[in-house]
Write a protein that binds this ligand. Structure first.
Ligand SMILES: Cc1cc2nc3c(=O)[nH]c(=O)nc-3n(C[C@H](O)[C@H](O)[C@H](O)COP(=O)(O)OP(=O)(O)OC[C@H]3O[C@@H](n4cnc5c(N)ncnc54)[C@H](O)[C@@H]3O)c2cc1C
Length: 433
């Protein structure tokens, strides 16, 4: 067989692809990255905050080099009904500790930095063209890609084209995710001077806040809202299930939910006077472990969201740290297979072993029940935020009438929902978390 054009081809230069390319180039392998955007990050979107642990393993000096927005040291989770918000607000020095820290990022600058690391290490890039198909030899081994008119060959191909991978479906035979496993995210970015961000979010200079919202932000449907502070802007958005977004009977389209969310009394003051500068939408895989497909093939590996690696726990959203870690593991497994002269599925199998031994597959497996619990837990998005409002109104309202003891004020509110039912629901949720 003719010699391949490259040792490796990487499809997509998001978090997973750029890191895989970096590892291959660093090991002296010839690697081509094909990115459909006109530049890395052109088409990418996240909430978003990246937990830094996996990035640090690839780039120990990332904190000095990467275009990070703010170190997140202020967390908030909020239950909303149409007029109220009950929030858990948390700050702690542990959130800023090395390897436990997390940062808000904007994908256009962040992905360009990741791509520059791969390019500096020796990776070649083609921008502005999409890979349409994986090439295979007569035995079915992946031997490269077709992008536009070009057929380019490689010993190993790493598919890192993000969510809803058509290459995995069409060329590798992985199943299309079910609608229940997919969500749609929409996000807007608002410019606000750094000092105002620090005042409004009560954070020291350079530090930032992450907020997750449940309840009225999605009009009581499964999903949630998010807010992250950047250096001088705020990322604000919603994630809703695809079935909700596609349901013609749903009276409120997702973009209207975002408008209503922005006008909620707990959110409007945060973005008051801020200038809307960006609007984007993207899909998010939400099926957890049960949607992770096969990710090692003869001549090919699958990394990042193309392998379904994403986890939305309601209190943590993780996709970028999974993408970085899986990109690194795929890159290193490809190097190992190339060095051994065996890029068959068996030669590439160290990727599967590394993934299964890592937090990526372990965390997805540990929390595999959570997506199902959330789907069937409508009270979480409807009645619980109302209950929180009633409880906290009973706690904080003083009208001069003689007050009943606290327990007698609370019990009717809880009993109305059925104490046993409530305890059962909470127990089930806690077990899946
Ligand atoms: C609304 C929203 C909020 C989120 N919030 C967070 C968060 O706060 N924290 C977090 O960790 N994660 C978050 N995520 C998830 C996170 O963004 C993803 O898990 C992560 O970006 C996946 O990285 P990836 O490299 O697998 O894919 P991507 O970053 O999507 O990169 C894929 C790349 O492949 C390119 N590409 C696609 N098809 C082709 C093709 N055929 N040929 C060539 N190039 C191609 C794309 O242009 C892109 O550059 C969020 C996602 C959304 C949508």
């Amino acid at each position: 067989m003719a010699e391949a054009d490259f040792d490796a081809i990487v499809v997509g230069s998001g978090c997973a692809g750029a890191v895989a390319a970096y590892e291959l180039a660093k090991a002296g392998k010839s690697v081509l990255v094909v990115e459909r955007g006109n530049f890395a990050g052109a088409k990418n979107m996240t909430g978003g905050r990246i937990y830094s642990h996996s990035l640090k393993k690839v780039f120990p000096d990332f904190e000095q080099e990467a275009p990070l927005e703010r170190k997140i040291t202020h967390e908030r989770m909020a239950f909303m009904d149409p007029e109220s918000q009950m929030a858990i607000d948390f700050t702690s020095p542990e959130l800023a500790e090395e390897a436990k820290d997390s940062y808000s990022v904007l994908r256009a600058p962040f992905d360009q930095w990741l791509a520059s690391k791969a390019e500096d290490a020796g990776a070649e890039y083609i921008y502005g063209i999409a890979v349409e198909e994986l090439l295979k030899d007569e035995r079915g081994k992946v031997v490269g890609v077709r992008a536009g008119e070009d057929e380019i060959t490689a010993e190993v191909t790493i598919v890192a084209e993000g969510v809803n991978s058509l290459l995995c479906e069409r060329s590798l035979g992985n199943p299309r995710p079910k609608p229940s496993q997919m969500a749609v995210g929409i996000k807007q970015v608002f410019e606000l001077p750094a000092a105002q961000i620090e005042d409004r979010f009560l954070v020291p200079e350079g530090e930032g806040a992450a907020m997750l919202f449940v309840g009225d932000c999605t009009h009581g449907n499964v999903g949630g809202g998010f807010l992250y502070t950047n250096k001088d802007s705020i990322s604000l958005g919603l994630v809703a299930t695809i079935s909700l977004a596609a349901d013609g009977a749903n009276e409120t389209p997702v973009y209207q939910m975002l408008e209503d969310f922005k006008n909620h009394p707990a959110v409007a003051p945060i973005i008051r006077g801020a200038k809307l500068v960006e609007h984007s939408g993207h899909m998010v895989p939400e099926g957890g472990y049960d949607m992770v497909p096969r990710y090692v093939f003869d001549g090919a590996l699958v990394a990042g969201e193309s392998a379904g690696l994403c986890m939305n726990m309601g209190y943590q959203v993780r996709g970028m740290d999974f993408a970085v870690a899986s990109g690194q593991m795929a890159g290193l497994a490809a190097v190992k297979a190339l060095n051994a002269g065996d890029t068959s599925a068996s030669g590439l199998s160290s990727y599967k072993t590394a993934m299964e031994d890592s937090f990526v597959i372990k965390d997805l497996e540990t929390f595999r029940r959570w997506p199902h619990v959330m789907e069937g837990w409508s009270n979480m998005f409807t009645d619980y935020p109302v209950m929180a409002r009633e409880i906290f109104n009973a706690l904080f309202s003083v009208d001069g009438e003689p007050q009943k003891p606290l327990a007698r004020r609370m019990m009717p509110i809880v009993k109305k929902r059925g104490l046993l039912k409530l305890a059962g629901e909470v127990r089930k949720a806690v077990k899946s978390l």
